[in-house]
Design a protein. Sequence first.
Length: 367
Amino acid sequence: MIKFVIVVFTLFCRVAFPVKHSLVFSLTASSGVPDIPEYLGSALVDEVQVGYFDSNIKTAEPKVDWMRKLMKDDPQHLEFYVNKCIESQHFLKATIDSLMKRLNQTEGVHILQQMSGCEWDDETGESRGFHQCGYDGEDFLVLDPQTLTWIASKPEALITKLRWDADKARLHRDKYYYMHVYPVWLKKYVHYARSFVERTDLLSVSLLQKTPSSPVTCHATGFYLNRADLFWRKDGEELHEDVDKGEILPNHDETFQMSVDLNISSITPEDWKKYDCVFQLSGVKDVIITKLDKSVIRTNWGSPSGFPAGAVIGVVVGLLLLLWLCITGLFIWRKKTNGFKPANTSDSADSNSDSSQLPLSGKTGGE
Ligand SMILES: *[C@@H]1O[C@H](CO)[C@@H](O)[C@H](O)[C@H]1NC(C)=O
Ligand SMILES: *[C@@H]1O[C@H](CO)[C@@H](O)[C@H](O)[C@H]1NC(C)=O
């Protein structure tokens, strides 16, 4: 079952390995929530926000370097997003207004969310689309891609379902996007992102230790994708004991960092040379190996340079960013299990896009 949760850490911190990629358009229309735009849209690639739109700024903004580059290389792509966002804003606004009217909700906070997009498995080449809506934190409508009909998750959604089912033009347009357009875009995005990911100009891996008896932290920072692995090895074998692995966290500059601690209390001095720390970006063959060696450990005592403040600042900035996301009420909804609801290889879509948002055509009846 799908539930809405406020995005907390999950957006940024999940560590996953390549194979499955996702393109998700998450749209939120709200009524009665002061201080946040009535309409917010986000595009996420592999769970990282890459684009943003809201009803105050009225334009789509790329949020990461590779997306900025793509938009520059292909200005029509940006224009497409801006238009779709405006359309979907009208559509969702009309929908929430008409829902509130029908449900006698004259006041209070109401939130209509829509998630659509596609998943693509880069090993099997399979892709599938999904499109679902939630209202006030609960599932509302889910598109069944096989029959191209909406499934009402609750009785109140029935009228909306019937209206949306009757709009065949929109359904077919959505389907075209899920099946043909989004998978192509997702592949392109992953390709662009990779060309950034493989940059190593900001990447650094270092060993840190707070006190002579504390664990040795292997810290990697400055990598461009939240998919990486960092682990300790002994004699070339990955260690699972005496290690404490942290999550991947965002830095303030679109790069990420992570660290893994090694408890050295039971390691004899002559065994130190058997240990090393390995950093690997997922999908990239080259690894960075750092040997456990007293001379390369940066410490808090002894050397004046101390524990790098940069790491701490990165974490603080990351937390502030997350807090901001919570405060601004960026919602997303996730299935309890990983991945999105399959809408089978195909299907329809919309999202920032299209379809569902139809609009403008005079028929702003929404719902
Ligand atoms: C809304 O109010 C009208 C009139 O007061 C009533 O007939 C209707 O059943 C109400 N609808 C809901 C969903 O509560
Ligand atoms: C490290 O290992 C020792 C012995 O196994 C244990 O007593 C100690 O609590 C561990 N330290 C940390 C920080 O986990």
